[in-house]
Write a protein that binds this ligand. Sequence first.
Ligand SMILES: [Fe+2]
Ligand SMILES: [Fe+2]
Length: 154
Amino acid sequence: MLAKEKVLDYVGKVLTAELTAVHQYLLHAAMCKNWGYQRLHEHFSHLAQEEVGHSSGLIDHILYLEGAPQVEQVDTVAGGRSVADLLEADLRFELEDAELLREAIAHCSKVGDFTTRHLLEHMIIDTEEHIDWFETQLRTIKQVGLAAYLAEQI
Ligand SMILES: [Fe+2]
Ligand SMILES: [Fe+2]
């Protein structure tokens, strides 16, 4: 099916964000493993898998729209020196991702592309869950202190 105006631009931007998320969570999973925080390692690995799912769904959809998926494009991947750095960078990232998805969904509604809108609406549900998880971690750190939080992650 041929894509409606600008839909491929939006979907391409979302794909870049999702591929960036895969890279970022693989890195954060490995950093947490290296620091000895096994529970965080497992959660980041799980997030990376979900972002792989988002990416592959978008690649399928771009092909369906007769576009060319740009899989080699990735934005800057946020690193950090501590678990708190990672969690804060990831929350910022997910908030930006949600903003982009909302924009893309609004555009799809405007041009009447309901299949793309449906795909993106599924993705924003996961994105909001990711935001919630990062917010919860940061709130818990504030409440119990970083040392107590980290002791639970070993
Ligand atoms: Fe995602
Ligand atoms: Fe996400």
